[in-house]
Design a protein around this ligand. Sequence first.
Ligand code: SAM
Length: 194
Amino acid sequence: MTVPERPASAVQWARVFIRPALGNGGTAVDATAGNGQDTVFLAEGVGPEGRVYSLDIQEEALSKTRLLVSGRGLSERVKTILGGHQLLDRLVVAPVDAVMFNLGYLPGGSRAVVTAPDTTAAGIKAALSIIRPGGRISIVVYTGHPGAVEESSAVGDLLSGLEEREFSVQRMVFWNSRKKSPEIYFVTRAGDKK
Ligand SMILES: C[S@@+](CC[C@H](N)C(=O)[O-])C[C@H]1O[C@@H](n2cnc3c(N)ncnc32)[C@H](O)[C@@H]1O
């Protein structure tokens, strides 16, 4: 799953941002495994010696992820974890090079199981606590479903309060979209890899 030359979707823009933080032997987290697409992207980026932790609260999502990962021959480097990203700092070995959040509900799954403002904010705080210097976090926030406005506010408020010397934060939207645009946050921790 290569980085597209002309990214079109929010997910593709997130990958363009995350790619430079990945390298052989690195460690990355997919904080919302879903169908496993981002997990595959991260697993390819960390190479055979690397490690990807892929979290979801739905077993259905993790089995889809494992199926996709094994079909690409990447199972050795991916650990799936049934658990919420709000516990991220307790579930993975820190520090990590990159964390991806792709919020909302499982595509093709139940719309009743959806990321929520409190747990999302807690998950982002946990990610900020385990990201290495120079590491990157992407957060794709969808804005059209029930509860999305509250989640968008929670993410925006949290990230706007980060100390500028420690974290650089950018936000991207599809400005002339006729549909409700997702928001993509790009977070980089200051410093160089140690
Ligand atoms: C939009 S999907 C992710 C798509 C995925 N990244 C992909 O590449 O296919 C969002 C996922 O977040 C999961 N989720 C909801 N709350 C969660 C939580 N607290 N911790 C981890 N995953 C959660 C849902 O079960 C759903 O599978």
